[in-house]
Design a protein around this ligand. Structure first.
Ligand code: ARG
Ligand code: ZN
Length: 859
């Protein structure tokens, strides 16, 4: 049963009002719903209404107040025959939140009740047209034990409360019509950090961040991030908040990062709780980014939602772009850009070149949860970023203003968005629309020739074939570039060249000497650049490019190019030495450049990830890549020992603060330590143990422990034990403890993972814990790709065991195995066997089935 984009039909009924009455209990919640419906004049006429359900039963059905028998179950859906044009439908269901391990719909999490309805969870609560284009005004009554659920929250505003004996109730009304996926409810024993924000129009908004009792003093950063998000969206996009209340609730059991329910965002605790003792600098940034993301959805998602789930990138791609721009404004713009590109290339590029490749606006799916992907989110953001680059900031803003204005209150399409940008920004996007329909990362071939005083740039593009799309059309690719003069180390200004066709030539005059090309600056297009560039030119750019991203890129190219050669070409010692010397030279200039801030220095020092290196090859040998990559690390550590130790000494004792200087110092400190660990393990153990003991913050402590975890020593055991004992009562930190071991460079990481799954703190019921052990492991290139296939078997076992418990979380473990076509023969066979073993299971969830089938090429 595939659902296809082209099959979209408007729903035959309008549901103007939805009233819900919840009788809350952990193992039995009664739900009565009343829907006010009328025929939709803009849709085909139907004498029935299909109300979606998922594993629920109706205990009573009424039409206009009268019990009726004129309904049937069609699979999980309830189909009701209706005599007239307007009715009131009443339905009762009973659900058991404590038994809901899928964490979709209404479920229990450490004693409280909460919901997750996107994409199709509402149908697990009550029968409803559970599709994003059915917008309705919700009024909700919730009642439950005062003792168990002292706090009762829902969307919108609280309009009445009361109590009877030991139960109490609250009534909520949300004035903004919304689709069912934005419904939310929370009931539990919670405390709030409260504040207020005055909008640009003078509306005073009450803000609350709700957590469990002991967590309150770790909510300050979340609250400050929320206020900054609200202010930023007013200033940068002209968007103002539209209710008097904004609630955020943190829950420990959550499938994803967070959810933008109207007026009641629900978050994974991971993206709310932070203090220096328990959260790393990366965690702080994650909280700020996700708080921003969910808040920005209030306009890009809630006020304007999606017509159908094929349009998911309409809200997600745009909102990711908005959160990226927000974080860039709050911190370092170039560093944020580099981090975003690293995620794109590390996760989305492999997706785009594998069996699960799909356009940012997919054409079909079996299970929509499988399409909450890096392609829809991150490539979606890149596509909109390209429009912004081509239009310029000011005209882009005119486009987004027009979009918000034109489609406010609607369920819109990606086409509506593109058309608004086209009209508002005065940009012709006719051909650019192909970015929405074609999957695959374009490859751009670049050659630069020089003759007389002319530099001639030839650009070509090919978009690779992807499953279901063998023929591709050229797409407009905006490339920022600059031509550097070798002698002066400067250029005459950046240009934007848009490659519209398969091939283009651009000439530049006035160059007596061949210039050095810096291209795809700021990563202006999400493409792979293929060019012949000498190491000498890359060293030049790594040292001198004034675009920090391009400088980073030159460093990456320098290392990636060498690693690919070292893995595939059997370099002789001289060639290898020469390459290492060039890389070391560029790194030394990075280590010693006092114009650089440490946050940026850290980026320039990072080696390309093993997955990214593998991605450069048609068929990769992960074992060899890992070995050559580690060897390069050792060589660099040895060559740069002096500079690394200087950097370490300079940053070692810097007092803790959250400002950029101190954050940067922490970043380069642990990076330096990692290089030292590769070249002088004994020294590294000594430094790491000291760093661990003296740490007054989680960044330093976790960094030290990560280095120790990869090296055999008494300190390894001691510090791991200390860490566990110290943070035993903090689930998010114990997650780190699992992840550090599962992701470590230690040669016996597999054994450690097997032991950890029997650890009393391990549970399959909590997605954060599952991911901390197994995602970290699947991303551990050496251990996951163990030659005998044991890593693949471990993931396959997990998939089979977890699937009945939590399908959505399970399906996310399939893609690492799905990479088999790009892996050398022996391992590929083992990976495929693991997939076949999963496919042969008697009963698989739709989520996992779809991913496994597609991974095996059985679409
Ligand atoms: N809309 C949420 C976000 O991006 C993600 C929720 C997805 N949930 C799911 N079960 N697929 O912020
Ligand atoms: Zn989102």
């Amino acid at each position: 049963p595939e659902i296809r984009r082209e099959d979209y039909r408007p729903f035959p009924w309008i549901v103007s009002e939805t009233r819900l009455d919840f009788d809350l209990g952990i193992d039995c919640t009664r739900v009565r719903s009343t829907l006010t419906i009328a025929r939709n004049a803009k849709a085909d006429r139907s004498s029935t209404i299909r109300l979606n359900g998922d594993g629920i039963e109706a205990t009573s059905v009424t039409v206009d107040g009268e019990p009726t028998q004129s309904w049937v179950m069609d699979g999980d859906d309830l189909v009701l025959t209706l005599p007239g044009d307007a009715h009131e439908i009443g339905i009762e269901t009973e659900i058991d939140p404590s038994a809901n391990s899928q964490l979709m719909g209404l479920y229990a999490s450490s004693g409280m009740l909460c919901t997750q309805c996107e994409a199709e969870g509402f149908r697990r609560i009550t029968f409803f047209p559970d599709r994003p284009d059915v917008l309705s005004t919700y009024s909700v009554r919730m009642s439950g034990s005062k003792d168990r659920f002292p706090v009762l929250l829902c969307n919108g505003n609280r309009v009445a409360t009361g109590e009877e004996g030991d139960t109490h109730w609250a009534e909520w009304h949300d004035p903004w019509p919304k689709p069912s996926y934005l419904f939310a409810l929370v009931a539990g024993d919670l405390v709030a950090r409260s504040a207020s924000f005055t909008t640009m129009g003078g509306r005073e908004v009450e803000l609350n961040v709700w957590v469990r009792e002991g967590d309150l003093d770790r909510t300050e950063h979340a609250m400050e991030s929320l206020k900054r998000s609200m202010k930023w969206d007013e200033e940068v996009f002209g968007r103002e908040y539209d209710l008097d209340l904004f609630n955020i609730v943190a829950v420990s059991d959550f499938n994803m990062g967070a959810m933008e329910n109207k007026g009641l965002n629900i978050f994974n605790t991971k993206y709310v709780l932070a203090d220096p003792e328990t959260a790393t600098d990366g965690d702080y940034d994650g909280v700020e980014g996700v708080i921003g993301h969910e808040y920005f959805h209030n306009w890009s998602g809630n006020r304007i939602t999606c017509r159908d789930w094929f349009q998911l990138s309409l809200k997600e791609g745009f909102t990711v772009l908005r959160d990226q721009l927000f974080s860039a404004d709050m911190g370092s713009e170039p560093v944020k850009r580099i981090e975003d590109v690293r995620i794109l290339r590390g996760v989305q590029f492999p997706e785009d070149s594998g069996p699960l490749a799909h356009p940012i606006r997919p054409d079909s799916y079996r299970e929509i949860s499988n399409f909450y992907t890096a392609t829809v989110y991150n490539k979606g953001a890149e596509v909109i970023r390209m429009m912004r680059t081509m239009a310029g900031e000011e005209r882009f803003r005119k486009g987004t203003d027009l979009y918000f204005d034109r489609h406010d209150g609607e369920a819109a399409t990606c086409e509506d968005f593109v058309k608004s940008i086209e009209d508002g920004a005065a940009l012709d996007l006719t051909r650019f629309r192909r970015w929405y329909s074609q999957a695959g990362t374009p490859r751009v071939g670049v050659t630069l020739e020089h003759e007389g005083e002319t530099a001639r740039l030839t650009l070509t593009q090919t978009v690779p074939a992807t499953p279901g799309q063998s023929e591709k059309q050229p797409m407009p690719i905006p490339l920022k570039l600059a031509l550097f003069d070798r002698a002066s180390g400067t250029h005459r200004g950046e240009e934007l060249v848009i490659l519209n066709e398969d091939r283009a030539e651009v000439t530049f005059d006035g160059f007596t000497e061949k210039p050095i090309l810096s291209i795809n600056r700021t990563f202006s297009a999400p493409v792979t650049i293929e060019r012949d560039v000498s190491r000498e030119e890359l060293v030049f750019l790594a040292e001198k490019d004034d675009d920090p991203f391009a400088r980073y890129e030159a460093m990456q190219e320098l290392m990636t190019g060498h690693l690919v050669a070292d893995v595939t070409d059997d370099l002789d010692d001289d060639e290898r030495e020469a390459a290492r010397e060039d890389i070391a030279r560029a790194m030394r200039s990075v280590l010693e450049d006092d114009q650089l801030d440490d946050l940026m220095r850290g980026e320039l020092l990072m080696m390309p990830g093993a997955t990214y290196v593998a991605e450069q090859m048609l068929v990769a040998d992960p074992g060899r890549i890992h070995a050559r990559r580690e060897a390069l690390k050792t060589a660099l550590g040895t060559r740069l020992a002096g500079s690394l130790q200087e950097v370490y000494a300079r940053t070692e004792n810097m007092p803790f603060s959250l400002d950029a200087g101190a954050k940067g110092a922490r970043k380069v400190k642990t990076l330096a330590l990692a290089y030292i660990a590769a070249s002088d393990p004994a020294k590294a153990v000594e430094l790491a143990a000291r760093q661990y003991d003296r740490a007054d913050n989680m960044t330093d402590r976790q960094g030290a422990l990560m280095v120790l975890a990869g090296l055999d020593s008494a300190e390894r055991t001691g510090k791991l034990l200390d860490f566990y004992n110290r943070y035993q009562n903090n689930a998010l930190v114990i997650d780190k403890w699992f992840a550090i071991q599962a992701g470590s460079l230690h040669p016996r990481a597999i054994e450690h993972v097997k032991a950890l799954r029997d650890h009393p703190d391990f549970t399959l019921k909590n997605p954060n814990r599952v991911r901390s052990l197994y995602m970290a492991f699947a991303a551990n290139p050496a251990a996951f790709h163990a030659e005998d296939g044991e890593g693949y078997a471990i993931i396959a076992d997990l998939i089979l065991e977890l699937d009945p418990i939590n399908a959505q979380t399970t399906a996310r473990f399939v893609p690492p195995l799905g990479r088999w076509r790009r892996i050398e023969e022996k391992r590929a066979k083992l990976m495929r066997e693991a997939l076949e073993r999963i496919a042969a299971a008697p009963k698989l969830s739709r989520d996992t089935f779809e991913q496994v089938a597609r991974s095996l090429g059985r679409g």
